[in-house]
Design a protein around this ligand. Structure first.
Ligand SMILES: C[S@@+](CC[C@H](N)C(=O)[O-])C[C@H]1O[C@@H](n2cnc3c(N)ncnc32)[C@H](O)[C@@H]1O
Length: 276
């Protein structure tokens, strides 16, 4: 299999439609260029030479769809990713929630949990953890499993610690985990406030009977086309309390889709918005 394999639009469409029909998992509204890139990377890794060979894999192996989802969807994540954002978030939460009795958070697309642990640490250091309740969702079960276990390789922890030191130069990151051979076990009390569960942002409704004070959807919508982004924005708008905060990632180039009749920009650099 050469690295130069090119996937035609027809091949991509037939694959995503077949996956939708067989499994009910919708990749048809993913941004085609990045989806193609990821599928070609997977074909190379599996030493397969065509979409047809990939589809045979789906048919032969019942579990393969989970491998596919992991390869296609799990992206880069780390604790305190973009430390400037976390500092801004902390300033806002301390000033607005120190005197409130509850703080409800949704991490939409939480991946392997680094974002949830970062928020746990932020909340603890801001004396807000006791009043916080969070829902952390992803459509990748393997990622949710890793988030729930809170075990990360020590090489990844170097990046996590560097980010944390930028967020809180006086803090002691080592207090939040214990070392075990090549892995580090995060203190699970940091995510006790969070319920980790499966949710597909494209096909499932927001499964919560209450409204949120903060919704994170960082570095998730990069995968979606404009229509899917617009639909999702409406879902988040409805799921937020008036005055609630909505956060996207540094690489989410979708600020222009956020309706200024619905949201105010709170911090342009940190990409934090507020429901009107
Ligand atoms: C790059 S990670 C972002 C993790 C974290 N929010 C951060 O910024 O570090 C993107 C996550 O979005 C999830 N995702 C992609 N499409 C999804 C969908 N349709 N429903 C739910 N999660 C999805 C992926 O499984 C992946 O875990």
């Amino acid at each position: 299999m050469s690295a130069h394999v090119d996937l035609s639009d027809e091949e991509l469409n037939s694959l995503t439609n077949s996956i939708l029909i067989r499994y009910g998992i919708d990749f048809t509204c993913y941004e085609p260029k990045s989806l193609k890139r990821r599928i070609v990377r997977l074909l190379n890794n599996l030493e397969l030479d065509s979409v047809h060979a990939l589809w045979l894999r789906f048919l032969k192996d019942q579990q393969f769809v989970y491998t596919f989802m992991t390869e296609i969807s799990v992206g880069m994540t780390s604790m305190f990713r973009d430390p400037v954002f976390w500092k801004s978030m902390q300033r806002i939460l301390i000033s607005e929630y120190s005197n409130k009795s509850s703080l409800k958070i949704w991490h939409a697309g939480c991946s392997t949990g680094e974002e949830v642990f970062s928020m746990g640490i932020l909340l603890q250091e801001s004396h807000l953890l006791e009043k916080a309740k969070a829902t952390a969702t992803d459509f990748n079960q393997a990622a949710i499993g890793i988030a729930t276990a809170g075990v990360y390789h020590k090489i990844k922890m170097i990046e996590n610690e560097n980010n944390y030191q930028q967020f809180n130069p006086k803090g002691n990151f080592a207090q939040y985990y214990s070392k075990e051979a090549s892995d580090c076990q995060m203190n699970l009390d940091l995510i006790k406030h969070a319920k980790l569960e499966y949710n597909n942002l494209i096909t499932d409704p927001a499964p919560f009977p209450f409204l949120f004070d903060v919704i994170f959807c960082r570095n998730v919508m990069i995968y979606f086309d404009s229509k899917a982004k617009e639909n999702l924005l409406q879902k988040f708008y409805k799921a937020l309390k008036p005055g609630g905060l909505f956060v996207i990632g540094f690489f989410d180039t979708m600020g222009h889709l956020i309706d200024s009749n619905q949201f105010d920009l709170v911090d342009e650099h940190a990409k934090i918005f507020r429901k009107k």
